[in-house]
Design a protein around this ligand. Sequence first.
Ligand code: ATP
Ligand code: MG
Length: 416
Amino acid sequence: MSISGIKGFNDILPEDTPLWQFIEATARRVFARYGFSEIRVPIVEKTELFCRSIGDTTDIVEKEMYTFSDKGGHSLTLRPEGTAGVMRALIEHKLYAQDSVNKLYYLGPMFRHERPQKGRYRQFHQIGAEAVGTAEPVMDAQVLLMVSRLFGELGLDEPRLQINSLGCPDCRPAYRQALVAFLDEREGALCDDCRRRKSTNPLRALDCKVPGCVEATQGAPAMVEHLCSACDDHFRAVQGYLSEAQVTFSLNPRMVRGLDYYTRTTFELVTGLLGAQSAVAAGGRYDGLVAQLGGPSAPGIGFALGVERVALLLGDRAFERRPDLFIAVVGEAARRKAFALMAALQDQGRWVEVDCEGKSLKGQMRRADKLGCRFSMVLGDDEVVAGTALLKRMADGQEERAALAPEVIAGLLNRD
Ligand code: ATP
Ligand code: MG
């Protein structure tokens, strides 16, 4: 019996990888323009790192982590997100001492034990960016500008940017109290999770999808109405910059994030096209995180997008590559000549295919068709002796006699 893969862990097959490569290449190109450099960190970290950064009472840490003991008895976890590991590396390698602001990006797999469905998997992929070292609102605006331009260059007008402010340790406690008082009055209408969260993580009640909770929290106090003046100024400044660059956004005062480290500006890129999986990208400011992980007090802001969800939005958009040329052969001399031409044309950047299965001429031509080759050429003894052959454009069958010299053929392949 054959062995299958694990539920929620997907293969990305060759027919889909061109789309993935397009997404990754677009992200790298856009991030470079804003001065972000790639960082690669391990996919496994000490469990403690995630508990301390993401927060013990979050869904991720409570229910979703792949945690195991290694042979030395250490508790390790497959990373459920990228920020914690990047901050660990920033602190460990003292990147903050080399530059006052570090702009970093990463891409790769993340792991969460969730119920698999469309747009939600147990191994999924994120592309994320982090800017660490400044609390200035202009950096928030730059990150938001970058993420919105990235979606533009991906050719997507969904998802839409929504922003909120979650305040800071100065103003959030009073807001939290006001929210808990509001929830206390509606305790009976809340789900079990929210009743429990009321004392641990009350803001999550605003994000609960249970219809009773959605209804009960209508009219709940909003963090934006309880911001201290520093947070209020900061949030206004961010919006001012966004308007300067004509970045479109809307305010969503109910937005909370599932990770505890967020402060001030938070945002999501939301779509109505993926059912319940409406968030395509999300992020925010985390001014206390680096210090909380034992580093200096270095404020930061970042985001991550879900590559699978972006791929779903891009759908069937064609990213196919086609071979430039198929050289079909009859006879041993032609086979050797074809091999030499293939090698020389490939060195010039052409995608050239020859028969590797000992097929008949008819079989070779069928293969050229199946591969969608732009041009084909048949070489037999006569062609090898004459030093010329017919180069056929597959789209319309038009033929042209060509010398069997790589530079001549390469020139003719440029015709479309
Ligand atoms: P959701 O509300 O959908 O659970 P989240 O708030 O847990 O998302 P984040 O932790 O902010 O998501 O991660 C950022 C992005 O990563 C999400 O916007 C989404 O595109 C993607 N993502 C998160 N979890 C998954 C998953 N299990 N499968 C696929 N993509 C995911
Ligand atoms: Mg989640």
